[in-house]
Ligand binder design. Structure first.
Ligand SMILES: Cc1cc2nc3c(=O)[nH]c(=O)nc-3n(C[C@H](O)[C@H](O)[C@H](O)COP(=O)(O)O)c2cc1C
Length: 162
């Protein structure tokens, strides 16, 4: 994997942020957390409800975060928690705002037991002209061996040599 690296993610309760930080420690590049203009509530049940409505309606909530020169990156790591079986709406917003054709997209996901579900398929639909690599899928915050898991995955996808 060559060129400039961007690591972009959304995280509501910190798990995906933790994974993003570990990836960043290992591969470097620029690390950006997506923030929606209207933050999700602190309450889990209220966030569940809002997320359900947005996902059902296919909404792409406006982002406060702007990233300069996305076109100048070659490899874009994209991180999301599993929300109702798919990627979180702020990640959908990011992917629909930028044309990532010709770029390498490297997904990393966290979930609460459902695994990948439709996350990868839905991400791919939003960057159909990108080369999408095998995702990293982590249960909650990945526990004690997260760093080792991330390292092994980066080697498998060719982002890191042994
Ligand atoms: C709104 C919402 C919806 C969720 N839906 C699912 C789901 O459908 N399947 C699943 O496995 N986990 C689900 N979870 C659990 C999260 O995917 C999991 O806790 C994840 O690691 C959270 O990442 P974060 O801390 O970066 O926000 C949901 C969590 C929230 C807040």
């Amino acid at each position: 994997m060559v060129g400039r690296i961007l690591i972009v993610y959304y995280s509501w309760s910190g798990n995906t942020r933790r994974v993003a930080q570990v990836i960043h420690e290992i591969v470097g590049g620029d690390l950006v957390e997506l923030e929606p203009v209207e933050p999700y509530p602190e309450s889990y049940s209220a966030t569940l409800e809002r997320a359900k409505k947005e996902i059902r309606a296919g909404l792409r909530p406006p982002l406060k975060t702007t990233i300069e020169g996305v076109k100048d990156y070659d490899t874009i790591f994209v991180g999301s928690p599993n929300w109702w079986g798919t990627i979180a709406p702020p990640v959908t917003s990011f992917l629909s705002q930028h044309n990532l054709s010709g770029k390498t997209v490297v997904p990393f996901f966290t979930h609460g037991g459902g695994g990948l579900q439709k996350m990868l398929d839905d991400l791919k639909k939003l960057c159909p002209q990108s080369k999408v690599l095998q995702p990293l899928t982590i249960y909650e915050d990945g526990g004690g061996n997260l760093k080792e898991r991330v390292r092994r995955w980066l080697i498998e996808i060719g982002a890191l040599s042994k």
